[in-house]
Each structure stands twice: as structure tokens, then as C-alpha cells.
Design a protein around this ligand. Structure first.
Ligand code: C2E
Ligand code: CA
Ligand code: CA
Length: 455
């Protein structure tokens, strides 16, 4: 009896000390993060996996700026607290699948997996820089530091761990030499791209207050009557030195930075201001289409401000169409569903933009109150030459009509396309054949001319 329990105690001790040894061999004592040894194992494992799946891995080499000063002036205990807090902040910036390690001293690494889009890497690097530059409250002390980051990619920059570390380290030194608190890519071309993006984001922050945005308007023609009582508002950025910057370039940056919320509100106020004017010419049923990014649906919004604004302008909900993308409806949160029904209740109509390119599932459309499908221009482009595309267009139109939706064809450029679509029963068309998006004054002239023709 006695012997057995002693035996069990021994085994337990042995197991515990084994676990302890393993813990000490693989994890950093101070921060609890994987240490250099564990980092090596993980990266090796991920490289093997990436070889099979042809995925890219990004390695971020992070060195804290001014850590030595904190350590020297505030003492090692405070220094340790700072490292612990840094570890937590880094872990908050990455995704579940990524690995944050501490190599030693004030050197950390992050392994980012499956990063075939460099945007993900850039976003995480920027969020790390931002989070490390926030003040550190360490007991009674407050410390300010920053981070210098070097970024390298497997397999394009290096194909083994040593070379990855070397190139990431080299890139990190570029960050240091450029003044710290920044990230650099090992590859020059990536570095140039990232730099360009950062400059553009910086400029974008001033664009609203400096009145650099303008709206252009593109008519949407009613096929049955030839009337123009709809138009899409499309934003333009008049950059002080670059000239016109396409929304294709800056909308994604605005989405990433959250600036899209303010910009989207501006678009709404500006577009409805013109609409207020144009119902005098085009009639009370004139409708303006506004693009609303999925990011704008992420904030709590009952649209009461937009709706109050419409009332103030003596406009009704019917004067506005909100264009959304299919992606928004695939896994809609309650917020999205609530937001859409608030719009619908107020008479605002909803259009699905770029239909035909994404999931193109009509199943979800029944679940929401959707009024229009906009067939994507990439699709319309091919109907003359590609019988499949033509058949799909026809099918979309038939099904949409069965579900009580109207169809708008986008990017109609030729008379032949117009004819094919009209014969298929398409309700509205938009495209260069009728007019490019034009400044408000030109659009107004167009409306007046159209009103004369119809009268
Ligand atoms: P979209 O919503 O699909 O807008 C239609 C795009 O097709 C516009 O490009 C328009 O100029 C272009 N287009 C119109 N007719 C034709 C044609 O016949 N042929 C061809 N090839 N293109 C035609 P744009 O103005 O460059 O806008 C690009 C995208 O940027 C828009 O695509 C939309 O997704 C986004 N965007 C524009 N303004 C806003 C905005 O105010 N808010 C948001 N969130 N996104 C916007
Ligand atoms: Ca649109
Ligand atoms: Ca579109």
C-alpha cells in the first residue's frame, strides 16, 4: 500500500519535472511566449506545410526602440513588465493561426501564415507599430517606446530559417536607420508599394477637411421609357499633386483605416443635396444610388441621422437607393440585418452591386428585401461574343423578375449590348453608351436635355 502511493508520487514528480523541463526549453520565462527554440520548430514545421500547400509565410522581426533606456533608468523589474505587456500587445495584433515569439532581449518575431495578400501583412505590421507606440503604464511609471520591424517572405525572399531571419533582420535595420517606429520589407518592390500606400493613407486623412472629394453622377436609363430618373453617385478624389485618384485605389484604404465612415457620410450628404435640386427637373420619383461599403455596416447605425437629413431636405426614402455587395448578405450579423430593414422601412431601396462576379446566389436574396440586381460590367462586356454569358444574363433577368426584383445592367458600352439586354427584358441600363459619370453641373444639363426630349 505504502509502496504503491510512493511509487505514484514519484511518477507524478517525474512527470511534473519533465513538463517543467519542456516548458523551460520551449517558452520564455518572462513573457510566457514561445522562445527561440520553439520559434525554430514552429517555423520549420510551417515551412514544410507551406511547401505542400504553396502558401506564403511572412516573418516579422521586431526590435523595440529605446528599450535599453527604459531598462537602465527604470530598472530591470520595470523592464520585465514592459516585455510582458509588449508580448500581450503583440498577441492582440495577430490572428489565431499566427505565432508570436521572443528571441531574447527586446527582440520578438511574428510568423504570419497564408498571407497571399500582402495587405494582411501590412495591416498587422501597422497595428503592431500603433499598439507598441501607446504609452506603457508600468506600476507608477509610464514609458514610451516604439518598434522597428523587418519583414521577409517565404519562399520569395528566402527558403530556409537562417536566411529568413537574416533578411528580416536586415530589413529591420532599414527601419532603424530610417528613424525607427516603422516597418520595412526586405524586397525593394514591396517596400516601394507599402511606402506608396502609407503616403496615400496619410493624404486621405486630410482629403475630407481639405475638400478634395467630388461626386460624379452617371445616369441610369429606364429601358421602357428612355427616361433618366435614376443616377449613381461615384466619388472622385482630386489629389493636390497626383491629380484624380480612382476610387478603386483609395476606397480599400479608406475601409482599412475606418475613414470610409466619414467619407460615406459625406457622399450621402453631398448626393442628397444634389438630389434635392434635381427632383425639380426630373420629377419627384428621381432616385440617387449610393455605394455603401460593408465596413460602414460594421458600426451600430439605425440610419436615424441619414433619415432625419432626408426629411430636412423634403426628400423621401424613395429618393435613395443603397448599393451593397453580395458578401454582406452571406453571413449577415444582426447589425447588418437590422440596418438594412431600417432603410427598407423608411422606403430606401436596396441594390446588389456587381452581381454575377461573386457568389451569385439568388437563395439569400429572398431572405432580404432587395429591390435591384446590378449585373456586373465584366459580365455585360462579353454577352456579344460569349454565349454562356448571354445565357446567364438572361437567366438572371428571368429569375430576378420571378422574385420581384428589377435588373440594372452596368457597363453597357455598345448598341449591340443594349439591344441584347433590352430583348432579354433588362429594366435599366448604365454605361458609357449613355454617359460616363460626369460632374454635377454636366449631369444637370443632361437631365434638362432629357426632360425636353421626353416632354
Ligand atoms: P461600381 O459601384 O461597380 O461602379 C461602377 C464603375 O463602373 C464606376 O467606376 C464607373 O465609372 C464604371 N463604369 C460605368 N460605366 C462603364 C462602362 O460603360 N464601361 C466601363 N468599363 N466602366 C464603366 P469608378 O467610378 O471608378 O468606381 C469604381 C468603384 O469604386 C465602384 O464600382 C465602387 O465599388 C467604388 N466606389 C465609387 N464611389 C464610391 C463611394 O462613394 N462609396 C463606396 N463605398 N465605393 C465607391
Ligand atoms: Ca455601384
Ligand atoms: Ca458595380
Amino acid at each position: 500500500q505504502y509502496e504503491l502511493s510512493a511509487f505514484i508520487r514519484d511518477i507524478t514528480h517525474k512527470k511534473q519535472s519533465e513538463a517543467l523541463i519542456w516548458q523551460q526549453a520551449n517558452f520564455d520565462k518572462v513573457t510566457g511566449l514561445p522562445n527561440r527554440h520553439m520559434f525554430h520548430n514552429r517555423l520549420e514545421q510551417e515551412i514544410r506545410k507551406a511547401q505542400r500547400t504553396e502558401q506564403q509565410i511572412a516573418l516579422l522581426f521586431i526590435d523595440l526602440d529605446h528599450f535599453k533606456e527604459v531598462n537602465d533608468t527604470l530598472g530591470h523589474n520595470v523592464g520585465d513588465l514592459l516585455l510582458i505587456e509588449t508580448a500581450q500587445r503583440l498577441s492582440h495584433c495577430v490572428r489565431e493561426i499566427d505565432t508570436v515569439s521572443r528571441l531574447g532581449g527586446d527582440e520578438f518575431t511574428v510568423i504570419l501564415l497564408g498571407v497571399n495578400d500582402i495587405k494582411i501583412v501590412e495591416r498587422i505590421a501597422q497595428s503592431i507599430l500603433k499598439s507598441i507606440s501607446e504609452p506603457f503604464k508600468l506600476g507608477d511609471e509610464v514609458a514610451y517606446i516604439s518598434a522597428s520591424i523587418g519583414i521577409t517572405f517565404y519562399p520569395s525572399d528566402a527558403t530556409n530559417i537562417e536566411d529568413m531571419l537574416k533578411s528580416a533582420d536586415q530589413a529591420m535595420y532599414v527601419s532603424k536607420s530610417l528613424g525607427r517606429n516603422q516597418s520595412s520589407y526586405y524586397t525593394a518592390a514591396l517596400q516601394a508599394d507599402a511606402q506608396q500606400r502609407r503616403l496615400l493613407i496619410n493624404d486621405l486623412r486630410h482629403a475630407l477637411v481639405d475638400n478634395q472629394f467630388v461626386l460624379h453622377f452617371q445616369p441610369i436609363v429606364d429601358m421602357a421609357t428612355g427616361r433618366i430618373h435614376k443616377a449613381e453617385a461615384l466619388i472622385r478624389w482630386q489629389h493636390p499633386t497626383r491629380g484624380m485618384v480612382s476610387p478603386l485605389e483609395f476606397i480599400s484604404l479608406a475601409e482599412e483605416t475606418g475613414l470610409i465612415n466619414e467619407i460615406g457620410d459625406w457622399v450621402f450628404y453631398e448626393a442628397t443635396r444634389w438630389t434635392h435640386r434635381w427632383i425639380e427637373i426630373a420629377g419627384q420619383d428621381f432616385q440617387i444610388s449610393i455605394n455603401k461599403s460593408p465596413v460602414q455596416f460594421m458600426r451600430e447605425d439605425d440610419h436615424s441621422e441619414w433619415l432625419a437629413h432626408l426629411t430636412k431636405l423634403h426628400l423621401s426614402g424613395h429618393n435613395v437607393v443603397v448599393e451593397i455587395t453580395e458578401g454582406l448578405l452571406l453571413n449577415p450579423t444582426e447589425q447588418v440585418t437590422g440596418s438594412l430593414s431600417k432603410l427598407h422601412d423608411a422606403g430606401v431601396q436596396i441594390a446588389i452591386d456587381d452581381f454575377g462576379t461573386g457568389y451569385s446566389s439568388l437563395a439569400y436574396i429572398k431572405k432580404f428585401d432587395i429591390d435591384y440586381l446590378k449585373i456586373d460590367k465584366a459580365f455585360v462586356n462579353n454577352i456579344e461574343t460569349n454565349a454562356n454569358d448571354m445565357a446567364l444574363c438572361e437567366a438572371i433577368i428571368v429569375m430576378a423578375h420571378k422574385l420581384g426584383l428589377k435588373v440594372i445592367a452596368e457597363g453597357v458600352e455598345t448598341e449591340a449590348q443594349r439591344k441584347l439586354l433590352r430583348d432579354s427584358g433588362c429594366d435599366y441600363m448604365q454605361g458609357y453608351l449613355f454617359s460616363e459619370p460626369v460632374p454635377p453641373e454636366a449631369f444637370e444639363a443632361l437631365l434638362k436635355a432629357a426632360a425636353l426630349v421626353v416632354a
